[in-house]
Design a protein around this ligand. Structure first.
Ligand SMILES: Nc1ncnc2c1ncn2[C@@H]1O[C@H](COP(=O)(O)OP(=O)(O)OP(=O)(O)O)[C@@H](O)[C@H]1O
Ligand SMILES: [Mg+2]
Length: 278
């Protein structure tokens, strides 16, 4: 049983979050059943892709214990606090907030679920996001506390589930899709990542984790298939250096696919807007 004071405190916090994110037009959560499938890579490059298309964009690194967004966006140093607001950092024009920049670099975060959720609520309620067209939340793997907190308090209008074409990852993605459906997220979509590799030496295509399973999965579960992103060695190298491939090399196969996905996301929201206005 929670006390009246506790209830009031929760309501106050929820109102603060709702007010703070009310100037963000679209809120997207990126998650997966399995770890290491490319959620952060996808979140980061989609954010830059949307920025290149003229949208004001931010990334909320919702992976509290394993925050990788700063590494992939090249963000260093500590976050500034102004009054009672946390000022997000900026990378190539996008706003970023991550646990990695709130702690000394070698300090591990060993927090149980409720504490991680509290931090996420601060990211939503206390960060000076300002006016944004898109906020993308990069979640840790699995279907744990973070996704529940984000789904309840960020009120996302889109969930992107990332999978590789590998059977093991596809099985786990079913759980993630089911969770997004249970949480009534209006637009649910799947991206197949690490979908084939073109050998840079001979041009031969290697299907490292198989291919095509994502599209089939999306059709079976009646969700949108956004596209199949290939493995790209240059993208991996650049990611390690904190440079986004979509900005560094717009012509790379992976960048072309990501821009194609960005266009689909724009269209989805524009169509929804038209449907609402008609
Ligand atoms: N399409 C791709 N081509 C080349 N490298 C990729 C691709 N997608 C992801 N990677 C690389 O694979 C590694 C894992 O990707 P990433 O960190 O984005 O996965 P994740 O799902 O966020 O992992 P975690 O579950 O630990 O959060 C990274 O080194 C990333 O740069
Ligand atoms: Mg990650």
């Amino acid at each position: 049983m929670i006390t009246k004071e506790q209830k009031e405190k929760i309501e106050l916090e929820n109102k603060k979050i709702a007010d703070n994110i009310s100037h963000i037009k679209h809120r997207i959560v990126v998650f997966s059943g399995k770890g290491g499938v490319g959620k952060t890579m996808v979140s980061v490059n989609l954010s830059y892709g949307l920025h290149v298309h003229g949208y004001k964009t931010g990334i909320l690194d919702a992976d509290i214990t394993g925050p990788n967004v700063p590494k992939m966006t090249g963000i260093q140093g500590e976050v500034h606090i102004s009054g009672n607001k946390i000022i997000p950092q900026e990378s190539h024009g996008i706003k970023v907030i991550s646990m990695a920049n709130l702690l000394p670099p070698d300090q591990a975060v060993i927090w149980r679920g409720p504490l991680r959720s509290k931090m996420l609520n601060q990211f939503l309620g206390d960060v000076e996001w300002g006016n944004l067209d898109y906020l993308i939340a990069d979640l840790p793997p699995g279907t744990g506390d973070e996704i529940l907190t984000i789904a309840q308090n960020m009120d996302p209008d889109m969930a992107i589930i990332v999978t590789t074409p590998q059977e093991l990852s596809l099985i786990d993605s079913v759980r993630a899709i089911s969770m997004a459906k249970k949480m009534n997220i209006p637009n649910i979509a799947l991206i197949e990542n690490m979908s084939g590799l073109i050998c840079p030496e001979c041009g031969h295509r290697i299907e490292l984790f198989g291919i095509g399973g994502g599209k089939k999965q999306a059709e079976e579960m009646d969700i949108v298939f956004l596209g199949a992103i290939p493995i790209n060695l240059e993208a991996r190298k650049l990611a390690d250096e904190g440079k986004p491939i979509v900005i560094e090399n717009e012509e790379a196969d992976i960048s072309v696919t990501i821009f194609h996905i960005v266009k689909k996301i724009e269209n989805m929201f524009n169509k929804n807007k038209k449907a609402l206005m008609s």
